[in-house]
Write a protein that binds this ligand. Structure first.
Ligand code: PMP
Length: 437
């Protein structure tokens, strides 16, 4: 076994001071909980700048970034094509709260890639997209219940912050204080990749189910691909029961291929939620789908939904510039990069005698300290969180930044070049051998 070099120490004085100050004004020092590093301990990095695959913190440490704004930055940080159009858009005015042509163009570009999106509505966050899609589904079907899956995250709307009750396909219990039980109970939680569980849910609640919402590739419990026939089964079940199928493609949209997961797996949902990549790193998200369903949304129909900054010109410009870069050949290269990255993790782990499992769909990579396949939330829960935390710090000290929490997706981008990948491989080799079997 190779003897690991002593890892360099991180400079952290400025980030520590910034965090102390932040905690006196921002809740927990952050604006989204995972950024506080509670899962990994220690001081969160305060980021100064990013370029390509790199980020630099305010202490001057540089890292190869695999968080990439949680998957939003498929082209890496500050790609010139995006920065230029955002600058130009800003010169023309940052927001009007009125119609602009860029919204139409981005909508059309999305429909060309994802033909199921016949009509679309832009919003500002993934949370708004899923919340609004569910409201539209309820308005269209005139039903109330929702089926979601254990381990899938769809943003923080009340009805989505639920965990499974006792037993399978159970009505949900609140997973957050502040969520009324009455709302959580209208969400039924089923097991991912377990069609029988969904069948049971439909047997009990079929005529009340407005929609099934699913991450077609789960990206919020590490990465868990859909089992063969799972998405097809959800399609058939929802169709048979007059319910709608909602694909939450906030992560997978324009990431696992130009046509998203629906293109990759050839299953067509009624409604699709998008976010992250379509905003090119600015706040944009969307929901859309069948024309008859989307026609229930105001101003055409009785389901109300609106947004002051929805379709924001800077976000639309960034999204359009990003989608223009994403050709079939781009996905081919990204696939190659991601395959190399995944193989590198396995090689490093094997050399050090560490048991890991990886799942990968396109440029979504999941790493689990688990023996055997990871196909659902129970498998994810059975993998070792502490081992991930140790790896996180070992990698960070060697200049590689992965998510500061276990069970998140790792996101290579088109900007991850050989220099970044070689550094990552050295860091992986050393981190795993430092840790030992
Ligand atoms: N859906 C999925 C699949 C997500 O991964 C996320 C966020 N990670 C959301 C919805 C919520 O998006 P946002 O954080 O933009 O509200």
């Amino acid at each position: 076994m190779a003897v690991a070099r002593a890892p360099p120490r991180l400079r952290s004085g400025k980030s520590a001071r910034a965090f102390a100050r932040a905690q006196r004004i921002l809740v927990g020092g952050v604006n989204s909980p995972v950024r506080a590093f509670r899962d990994v301990g220690g001081t969160p990095l305060f980021i100064a700048r990013g370029r390509g695959p790199w980020i630099e913190d305010i202490d001057g440490n540089r890292f190869v970034d695999y968080v990439m704004s949680w998957g939003a930055l498929i082209l890496g940080h500050a790609p010139p094509e995006v920065v230029t159009v955002v600058q130009e858009a800003a010169e023309r005015g940052t927001s009007f709260g009125a119609a602009t042509e860029a919204e139409v163009e981005l909508g059309e570009a999305i429909r060309r890639a994802m033909p199921s999106v016949q009509r679309i509505r832009f919003v500002s966050s993934g949370t708004e997209a899923t919340m609004s899609a569910i409201r539209a589904a309820r308005g269209f079907t005139k039903r109330t219940k929702l089926v979601k899956f254990e381990g899938c995250y769809h943003g923080h709307a009340d009805g989505l912050l639920v965990r499974a009750g006792s037993g399978v396909a159970a009505a949900g219990l609140p997973r957050s204080a502040g969520v009324p039980g009455s709302i959580a109970r209208s969400t039924i939680v089923a097991r991912y990749n377990d069609l029988d569980d969904v069948v049971r849910a439909f047997e009990r609640h079929g005529k009340d189910v407005a929609a099934v919402i699913v991450e077609p590739v789960a990206g919020n419990m590490g990465v868990v691909p859909p089992a063969k026939g799972f998405l097809e089964g959800l399609r058939a079940l929802t169709r048979d029961h007059g319910s709608l199928l909602i694909f939450d493609e906030v992560i997978t949209g324009f990431r696992v291929g130009r046509g998203g997961a629906q293109g990759r797996y050839g299953v067509t949902p009624d409604l699709t939620c998008l976010g992250k990549v379509i905003g090119g790193g600015l706040p944009a998200a969307a929901y859309g789908g069948r024309e008859d369903v989307m026609s229930v949304v105001a101003p055409l129909g009785p389901v109300y939904q609106a947004g002051t900054l929805a379709g924001n010109p800077l976000a639309m410009a960034a999204g359009l510039a990003t989608l223009r870069q994403l050709r079939e050949s781009t996905y081919g290269r990204l696939e190659g990069t991601s395959r190399r990255f995944e193989a590198g993790i396995r090689r490093a782990a094997t050399a050090a005698g560490v048991v890991v499992e990886t799942n990968r769909v396109g440029s979504m990579v999941g790493l689990f300290f688990h023996e055997g396949p990871v196909t659902n939330y129970a498998d994810v829960q059975a993998s070792k969180r502490e081992a991930y935390v140790r790896l996180f710090w070992s990698l960070l000290r060697r200049g590689v930044y992965v998510a500061p929490a276990a069970f998140e997706s790792i996101f290579p981008s088109t900007a991850h070049d050989s220099a970044a990948l070689d550094l990552t491989q050295r860091a992986m080799d050393e981190a795993f051998s430092e840790r030992g079997p």
